[in-house]
Ligand binder design. Structure first.
Ligand code: SME
Length: 153
């Protein structure tokens, strides 16, 4: 996919989400809508969803895709590392990521974006997107996804 095409798809997602979520305050509603819109927009997105931080553990939240692990400890897997470091994680090949949690063998590459509450900066969740192709995600995806998250949380 060209960068122009990718930028256009992310711009369309943002527009759609702005329309859907105008004035919305509920985090679950936002997570459900963001998962759905992103998942529908990109063919290669195999699993798109959120793990919420509840009592110091990542717990499955709204998502689109096959059933996945219910709880992930902070520091474990790609999601746990994103939650621990507060940094977006891009993994070109999940099979070479030490400690990757394989919820589904179809997953080949992954991006995980920390989600912070804009009021106090508290980490409330991570957005996890898995792709069936290796190297699906780059800094451009990270920038767009981080800005979508910053817009709504
Ligand atoms: N791959 C993730 C686990 C979650 S599933 O992919 C939905 C990880 O290692 O954090």
């Amino acid at each position: 996919m060209t960068n122009d095409k990718k930028a256009k798809i992310y711009a369309d997602c943002l527009l759609k989400l702005k329309g859907l979520l105008e004035g919305e305050q509920d985090d679950i509603v936002k997570m459900a809508s963001i998962s759905s819109v992103l998942h529908q927009a990109f063919e290669q997105f195999y699993w798109t969803g959120f793990y919420r931080m509840i009592d110091g553990v990542l717990v499955i939240g709204p998502y689109q895709g096959t059933p996945a692990c219910i709880r992930i400890a902070v520091g474990k897997g790609v999601c746990g590392v994103a939650a621990e470091t507060g940094e977006t994680q891009i993994v070109d090949d999940v099979h070479s990521f030490p400690g990757h949690i394989a919820c589904d063998a179809a997953s080949a590459s992954e991006i995980v974006i920390p989600v912070r509450n804009r009021i106090d900066g508290e980490m409330i969740a991570v957005l996890d997107i898995d792709s069936t192709s290796q190297k699906s995600f780059d800094d451009m995806d990270a920038d767009h996804l981080e800005s979508i998250i910053a817009q709504f949380f």
